[in-house]
Design a protein around this ligand. Structure first.
Ligand SMILES: NC(=O)c1ccc[n+]([C@@H]2O[C@H](COP(=O)([O-])OP(=O)(O)OC[C@H]3O[C@@H](n4cnc5c(N)ncnc54)[C@H](OP(=O)(O)O)[C@@H]3O)[C@@H](O)[C@H]2O)c1
Length: 349
């Protein structure tokens, strides 16, 4: 199939979905043929109106049956909550699926989901890929690529830093910023399930090294505000939670091999402890020979704070592999199956 004939559907129009719509419309490698929304206020609207671009002629529906009935090559499935049954229906209807919701790779409790998806792919003659920035890129593909330069590896660290003050969103409240430390320790913003999801990325790295992840340990350290921190929609009061450091370590043969450090904080100052974790973005540090330090960040516009590009990167990590996923043999398409995919239409006016 030529990339020009890639008929795509955008399933859900949050931040990631809207980014994808704008790309599908501006990249001649894709033809947007359908949009699924859950929000009743968006039903019947033109996709361009939803994504804040010129009209596209594609009208949003909240009826999955209309999407199932469409002639489309691929669905970019980017809704808030996972729905394996719906993904399987789409696959069985002859549409390939790429999604930032995963599953991403064979590990532990995701094996059953992947087997269910694999069966739907067989029935529909279609393929599935779970991707994104992390899981899906920074802590797996990027780390794996960097490992190829190493002579000896002791421990891989991935730092995922997000300054919520410079990038305000509903996550500030959802994650428990502004609550008491006792409350957040009792009800952490990230579920006990989260390390298991990221263990899929750890397993990709471990498999590259001929290892298995046997166990994942989890720690949470908190920082508090040394004075009130005002953000666009509220205030994180002095003494309440203003920083969260989740540390998940994958063990192989009982020894730590890979650690994901997630630092989420309300700004660069007025928090204690003020971790030396750098600005928003990703950093890979590999202990071994020779030791390696690599960063992945966007560039701040003059006079503006450094933005976190994790969400646009999440959209593009999936969208850019659509043509390769469509051409793949039916089944789950992991990073190992993708190889080095050709990228279509990125150089354009
Ligand atoms: N792998 C990664 O690196 C990575 C990174 C970031 C995000 N993600 C995942 O990518 C997905 C999209 O992220 P996002 O930032 O675009 O999220 P978002 O802005 O919150 O948007 C998600 C969209 O899902 C739909 N939705 C809302 N409530 C829903 C519900 N109860 N059931 C089903 N759908 C619902 C809505 O679509 P409509 O507005 O069209 O109705 C909403 O706009 C999320 O699942 C997120 O966890 C993955």
């Amino acid at each position: 199939m030529s990339a020009k004939s890639c008929k795509v559907v955008q399933w859900a129009t949050g931040y990631v979905g809207k980014t994808a719509i704008r790309h599908f419309v501006s990249n001649p490698a894709y033809e947007l043929v359908g949009v699924l929304v859950t929000n009743p206020k968006k039903v019947g609207k033109d996709a361009g109106n939803i994504a804040k671009i010129a009209p596209t002629g594609v009208i949003a529906t909240d009826d999955p049956e209309q999407i199932i009935a469409l002639d489309a090559d691929c669905v970019h499935f980017a809704q808030l909550v996972q729905d394996i049954d719906m993904i399987c229906r789409l696959l069985r209807s002859g549409k390939n699926v790429v999604t930032p919701l995963g599953p991403y790779y064979y590990h532990g409790r995701f094996s059953e989901e992947l087997e269910t998806i694999e069966a739907a792919c067989r029935d529909g003659g279609t393929s599935f890929h779970g991707g994104g920035i992390h899981p899906g890129f920074a802590g797996d593909l990027l780390a794996i690529t960097a490992l190829r330069l190493m002579d000896r590896v002791e421990h891989i660290h991935l730092y995922d830093v997000l300054d919520h003050l410079a990038n305000p969103s509903s996550y500030i409240e959802f994650m428990g910023f502004g609550r008491t430390p006792e409350d957040v320790l009792e009800n952490p913003g990230r579920s006990p399930e989260a390390p298991l999801i990221f263990a899929q990325s750890m397993e990709m790295v471990a498999h590259t090294l001929g290892l298995e992840i046997d166990d994942v340990t989890s720690k949470l350290n908190l920082a508090t505000a040394t004075q009130d921190i005002a953000w666009s929609d509220g205030v994180v009061s002095q003494g309440t939670v203003a920083g969260q450091h989740y540390e998940w370590t994958g063990l192989s043969n009982g020894k730590p091999i890979i650690t994901y450090h997630c630092f989420w904080k309300m700004g660069e100052e007025n928090i204690e402890p003020n971790w030396d974790c750098g600005p928003s973005g990703f950093r890979i540090l590999i202990e071994g020979n020779p030791p390696m330090d690599m960063t992945l960040r966007t560039i701040a516009k003059p006079g503006e704070p450094l933005r976190y590009a994790g969400l646009p990167w999440t959209a593009m990590a999936c969208v850019n592999v659509i043509p390769t996923v469509c051409e793949a043999a039916p089944g789950i398409v992991t990073h190992f199956d993708l190889g080095v995919p050709k990228l279509h239409g990125l150089v354009r006016d």
